[in-house]
Design a protein around this ligand. Structure first.
Ligand SMILES: [Zn+2]
Length: 454
């Protein structure tokens, strides 16, 4: 499409149809008969009412005949954000859910993660997990890999090639007495983290960035935590880890770091709580710890499938929101058995309802709030909300084209329902069959057919 104006962006595509997203003020905003324009850089150039067509086509230089019309039961929603997923653990997703965290790590996780020094194995698993999550509508993923630098670089390359926005972390751990075969020395961990960051940044992938990744306090010495805090600060990088997942782990941290006031204080002391930090779980955080999260800008990744599957705990999301802590959803594959954020959203609602069963005074999470947490909330939790999370003009077009009545799909419509009902049905009943197209920064990444644009 031609550009009729010297300073408006050149338009790549224009869609007409229903767009549903969240804003800071509205958990579900529905724009029917909207016109949405994506520019050649993959950014949202405009989102306006259909009545503005003449002005828009003149300003942006497109012809109404070039507009792609969404069907009656279709809508666009923002791509979903998985704020916590172990790409390496995808190989055993759907199994091994019969133990609590610490035993589970030693029995299932460490033996599998140690296999990722084999790059062929890594290639196989990482290709599958990136494709599976993309197909399920995860346009942004925050990945833990393993301690192996080269395999983790490979994960970054695969995410880039398949077009997923990703934060990718080489796992750091210099303390692991129960599984001594799977750990590094403090110096190795620090040096390899620096090599990983330098080599990944050197690739200049537009959407894939490194994230500093101490596994969690029980497997890291204070010396390593301190060095990782400094590396993140000096390079202005994201940080991810785990916190306060189950009772045994919290006790262990208390024993290992007796000088710290709390689990949160361990990370805080080592400069690991910043406005680019995301911590998984937090089921048992105290109000005081949540306040420290807010003060430092640290966010939480809520991983309800994992929390239930490993009998870890039930996060009180309402309390987190009341503390104004940034919150996203995580699948936590493979402690969580599903790689789909739709599953995480449903488990988040279930978990909130369990709290209401226990205490009828508890204010249950609504599906509208869960939708926001899965999209805009996730982007805020990863401090990527200037680029993605909703359909604000200027952000990247990260979107799912949802067809509620996709042939062979899981949803039956009995009557003609409005768009909010269609959204609710999709969130509760839908799956990847309903996600007919996925876009990341304007590039169509699902179906996996479109060649990579230059
Ligand atoms: Zn995890």
């Amino acid at each position: 499409m031609a550009n009729s104006n010297g300073y408006t962006a050149e338009i790549m595509r224009v869609y007409r149809g229903t767009c549903i997203h969240s804003t800071q003020h509205t958990a579900v905003e529905i724009l029917e008969d909207a016109l949405l324009g994506v520019d050649v850089k993959g950014k949202i150039a405009f989102i306006e009412k259909d009545s503005e067509l003449d002005g828009l086509s003149e300003k942006f230089g497109f012809s109404p005949s070039e507009i792609t019309q969404l069907a009656q039961h279709e809508f666009f929603m923002p791509g979903m954000v998985d704020t916590h997923i172990h790409a390496s653990q995808y190989s055993y997703a759907g199994t091994a859910l019969d133990m609590p965290l610490m035993q589970w790590l030693c029995t299932y996780t460490f033996p599998v993660e140690s296999r990722f020094k084999d790059l062929e194995f890594a290639q196989r698993v990482y290709t599958k997990v990136v494709k599976r999550t993309l197909r399920n509508g995860t346009t942004t993923a925050c990945y833990h890999a393993t301690i192996h630098t080269d395999a983790t670089l490979l994960l970054g390359q695969i995410a880039n090639d398949l077009g997923q926005r990703a934060l990718v972390g080489k796992v750091c751990m210099d303390r692991n007495n129960p599984a001594k075969y799977y750990k590094e020395t403090c110096q190795e961990s620090q040096e390899e983290t620096c090599r990983f960051i330098a080599e990944l940044l050197d690739k200049k992938y537009p959407l894939v960035k490194p994230v500093v990744t101490p596994r969690f306090a029980p497997t890291c010495t204070g010396a390593l935590l301190g060095q990782l805090g400094a590396i993140a600060k000096n390079n202005n990088l994201h940080i991810q880890s785990h916190i306060s997942e189950n009772a045994e782990e919290i006790k262990l941290v208390k024993d290992l770091f007796p000088e710290s006031k709390s689990y949160t204080d361990v990370y805080h002391k080592h400069n690991l709580l910043t406005d680019k930090t995301v911590m998984a779980h937090g089921c048992h955080l105290t109000d005081e710890e949540l306040t420290l999260f807010r003060e430092t800008g640290t966010s939480l990744s809520h991983c309800p499938n994992s929390n239930i599957s490993l009998c870890s705990g039930v996060l009180n999301v309402r309390n987190v929101l009341n503390h104004k802590v940034k919150l996203g959803l995580g699948t936590d594959v493979a402690g969580g058995y599903s790689a789909s954020i739709l599953d995480a959203l449903r488990r988040a609602l279930d978990s909130s309802k369990i709290l209401t069963i226990q205490d009828p005074g508890h204010e249950t999470l609504t599906f509208e709030e869960a939708f926001r947490i899965a999209t805009l909330g996730g982007s805020q939790a990863l401090s990527l909300d200037d680029q993605t999370g909703n359909f604000e003009v200027g952000k990247d077009f990260d979107a799912l084209r949802v067809n509620v009545t996709a042939p062979g799909g899981p949803i039956d419509l009995i009557q003609s329902d409005g768009p909010k009902i269609l959204l609710e049905k999709f969130l509760n009943l839908g799956d990847d069959r309903n996600i007919v197209e996925v876009f990341v920064a304007g590039r169509k990444v699902v179906p996996f057919t479109e060649p990579k644009p230059e």
